[in-house]
Design a protein around this ligand. Structure first.
Ligand code: TYD
Ligand code: MG
Length: 440
């Protein structure tokens, strides 16, 4: 089949394709996100049959449910419990996983540990074999499990996969930003190249049944310098998150054709690589002594509860626009909570710089943490520790979503959280309105 190159326009925000350029994406309504791509139309690439073959209608009763393109479906374990949990059960034959995260967060480390467990082919497009050997030694892994292909040309990867079809169960491509396609136009790293290379890798995985992990770097702004548009093309999108200076790493599923998308894997980056944090380990806090500016909350990450510490620092501001700095919680959510605290608790935060951080470097999207954020801000401003009346000296746990009016709402899976908090021998601070914090 002769492949024809065409020009199309792809939205860098949502990944939708258009035949013509326009200033605004008609799918997600973002402005100036359409990028010109010279490549194959996804329609051609997704077609499972070569040219000349006829399309046919099949009755579903003759078809067994299994992922597209694979002759025999089977799922195999990564041998890393937290990795399996994030993926659903494990890796599915022919599965294509986009493994995204900020540079330096630990993507290469985790995938090296994965190959250390189950073996496979590591396509080193970014590093040399020596650098990988050094990492494998540092991690104390078995070098025998690793086969390294140093290349950044997708045709070479294709050739090796073709030749070694039954040898490897998984292939890691690190990273897609460095891979280019000799037949395609555009400079390496350009959207055209990244997209074309990914198409080729997806085709290969589906044809051979080999699972492929594609590493993609995300910039601080959250735009996966390309991979955002790759999300449509792959089966599964995993995000590896955390604060680079912190130890904690969360493996989050953004899309999964083969499993649920609400589970996470939790790890800690240590001297000898990533250590799994099992679901029995609920507490991510070091000290259980109440402190000014600190509160404790319990968040749910998928089905697992995590005890986290929120720290706030409220200090007199000397700038015209007081600083609002949030780490680990969404900036807009943080702004809103500061405004609610000011209005409902009557504390003049407009004169104060406010810094809020989640200790351990985890990013929280669970609104159940709202009350703890406001509690920490209040505690820092008042220079008072927050304790439960009749408490046992251990800081209480604050859970609750806070409405614009200052009401504290119930959180999802509240019973589960309460049970976990009790089993840790801790207490819950019961508050219906954040105004009640004034009495503490
Ligand atoms: P890396 O996996 O290279 O990040 P990415 O591939 O996402 O860019 O991880 C880099 C960081 O991890 C680096 O700052 C060093 C740290 N690290 C450890 O702390 N312990 C280890 O055992 C390894 C291999 C790396
Ligand atoms: Mg890397």
């Amino acid at each position: 089949m002769k492949k024809q190159l065409e020009t199309i326009f792809v939205c860098a925000n949502c990944g939708n394709e258009f035949p013509k350029w326009s200033g605004q994406c008609s799918a997600c309504h973002e402005w100036n996100t359409l990028k010109e791509i010279k490549g194959l139309k996804s329609k051609n690439l997704n077609s499972k049959k070569g040219g000349g073959q006829r399309a046919e209608v099949k009755n579903l009763s003759k078809i067994e449910g299994r992922p597209q393109g694979s002759a025999h479906t089977f799922t195999f374990s990564t041998d890393i419990k937290e990795f399996d949990r994030a993926l659903g059960k494990g890796i599915v034959r022919g599965q294509v996983v986009l493994f995204a995260g900020e540079p330096g967060i630990g993507k290469s480390t985790l995938l090296t540990q994965l190959l250390g467990k189950i073996g496979g082919l590591y396509v080193a497009a970014e590093e040399t074999a020596e650098q990988i050997a050094l990492r494998v030694e540092r991690l104390g892994l078995d070098k025998d499990k690793f086969n390294i292909l140093e290349t950044n040309v997708v045709e070479e990867i294709e050739e090796i996969i073709e030749r070694t079809k039954n040898v490897f169960k998984i292939v890691v491509v690190d990273s897609i930003q460095m891979v280019s396609c000799a037949e395609s136009s555009g400079t390496p790293g350009s959207l055209t190249q990244i997209r074309e290379s990914t198409f080729r890798l997806v085709e290969m995985a589906k044809k051979s049944g080999i699972a492929i992990f594609i590493v993609g770097h995300v910039t601080k702004e959250g735009d996966i310098a390309g991979p955002k548009m790759l999300e449509h093309m792959v089966d599964t999108v995993l995000y590896f998150e955390g604060e680079k200076n912190g130890e904690l790493r969360i493996l989050r599923v953004n899309k999964n054709r083969f499993g649920p998308t609400d589970e996470v894997g939790v790890f800690k980056m240590e001297e000898k690589g990533l250590r799994e944090i099992s679901s029995e380990e609920v507490s991510l806090i070091d000290s259980k002594v109440p402190q000014i500016g600190s509160t404790i909350s319990m968040v749910m990450e998928g089905s697992r509860p995590l005890l986290v510490e929120i720290q706030a620092l409220v200090t007199e501001s000397f700038s015209q626009i007081p600083k609002r700095i949030f780490s680990g919680i969404d900036y807009n959510r943080g702004q809103l909570l500061v405004a609610v605290a000011q209005k409902v608790l009557g504390i003049p935060l407009y004169k104060e710089d406010v810094f809020v951080a989640v200790s351990g470097g985890i990013k929280i999207s669970d609104p159940g943490v709202d009350l703890a954020v406001i509690g920490a801000i209040y505690s820092s401003y008042k220079e008072k520790i927050i304790v439960a009346r009749g408490g046992n000296g251990i800081p209480p746990v604050l859970i609750g979503e806070v409405s614009l009016l200052g009401k504290v709402r119930k959180v999802k899976m509240e019973e589960r959280r309460v049970k976990e908090i009790k089993s840790l021998g801790m207490e819950i601070l019961k508050i219906n309105e954040i105004g009640e914090l004034r009495k503490i």
